[in-house]
Design a protein around this ligand. Structure first.
Ligand SMILES: [Zn+2]
Length: 338
């Protein structure tokens, strides 16, 4: 199918059917563009108040979202769709091409660039395009992540603490449609300028999630991202078919866990070689041995033993064997209810 080149302000979002664009964002220091893929699908079955906006590749070295969202660009048939879906499978296109977390052109982390700035660097201008032109076109916002090079998570959807109870309840309901073992409420204080942060503040039904790790492409993570997004379209009746379970029948329902205080995000006490001893998603208790931090410059020294500080589930652990002092080594999240 043909792809149209388009300047950011020249897109007709009401064009019927599926249209694939490469949106031209000029570079900051050379003649040329980051050509950001965008697909707009306007269904022919009529309008729907719950437009769905989906992003992958917000971090360039996270692939489950890029693959799942790219597949949906082709798979969603406008003839069987009620309403509008907008898909951006490689939001930080330059970071995706470079296989790195941040854009090589401005070293900006797209997931800290929101709401963006029309006069800022490349990433900031793409974020501003999303905030000003894409967000007004939908009520449901989905941003698919994976741990990347440093962090590993059990399969989970995620959101921040939400003050409005109706918005929080609807976000929890929609997060469950991805049928991941965990729904993770995480700290707003760990970073600002996130895509989902900004969407939440606008009152959107905003869902993040971690569907893989380690710059790989996990087939289970891709399935949950792909089918989860389709379930969101089914739930809001954009697709006229029932919501489908994704895990095998008899799997327990997703478990809602929270780590909303920075004290839950435990920093690595020194540089070292990390030997994890507990699987992701395992329930732990205070004092449980989580891993050993070795100092291989002195093989006669015992390793530093790292223990759990509270009850909960191991929701994140440093993936690389070489954590640096200050990097988050692990997160234990406690079971909760809204
Ligand atoms: Zn990410």
């Amino acid at each position: 199918m043909a792809t149209l080149l388009a300047e950011p302000h020249s897109i007709n979002f009401n064009r019927p059917g599926s249209t694939h664009y490469q949106v031209q964002f000029h570079l900051d220091g050379a003649w040329g563009y980051s050509l950001v893929p965008l697909t707009v699908i306007n269904g022919t079955l009529g309008p729907n108040p719950n437009g769905v906006l989906v992003f992958g590749g917000t971090h360039g070295n996270e692939y489950e979202g890029q693959i799942a969202v790219k597949r949906l660009c082709r798979d969603i048939n406008p003839a069987t769709l009620h309403g509008r879906v907008i898909l951006m499978p490689q939001l930080s296109e330059s970071a995706c091409r470079a296989n790195q977390r941040v854009s090589p052109f401005d070293n900006v982390n797209m997931n800290r660039a929101f709401p963006g700035n029309p006069h800022g660097t490349l990433s900031s201008r793409i974020a501003h395009f999303v905030s000003s032109q894409i967000f007004p076109l939908g009520r449901v916002v989905i941003d698919v992540h994976s741990g990347g090079r440093e962090g590993a998570f059990p399969l989970c959807t995620s959101f921040h603490p939400i003050h409005d109870p109706a918005q929080a309840a609807e976000i929890e309901t929609v997060a469950r449609l991805f049928d991941t073992p965990f729904l993770f409420i995480y700290a707003s204080t760990m970073g600002s300028g996130l895509l989902t942060d900004h969407a939440e503040a606008l009152g959107k039904i905003s869902i993040g999630g971690e569907f893989g790790t380690g710059e790989s492409a996990d087939p289970v993570g891709i399935r949950h991202a792909y089918e989860g997004i389709r379930n969101v379209l089914r739930h809001y009746q954009l697709l006229p078919e029932p919501v489908q379970p994704i895990r095998p029948l008899g799997s327990p329902p997703p478990r809602l866990v929270a780590a909303t205080e920075l004290s839950a995000y435990v920093p690595c006490p020194r540089d070292g070689v990390w030997e994890p001893l507990v699987e992701l998603g395992t329930p732990v208790a205070p004092g449980d041995l989580l891993g050993r931090l070795h100092d291989f410059s002195d093989h006669a020294e015992p390793p530093l033993e790292i223990h759990a500080q509270r009850f909960g589930y191991l929701l994140m652990m440093h993936r690389s064997a070489r954590p640096l002092k200050g990097q988050t080594l692990f997160v234990i999240a406690e079971e909760t209810t809204l």
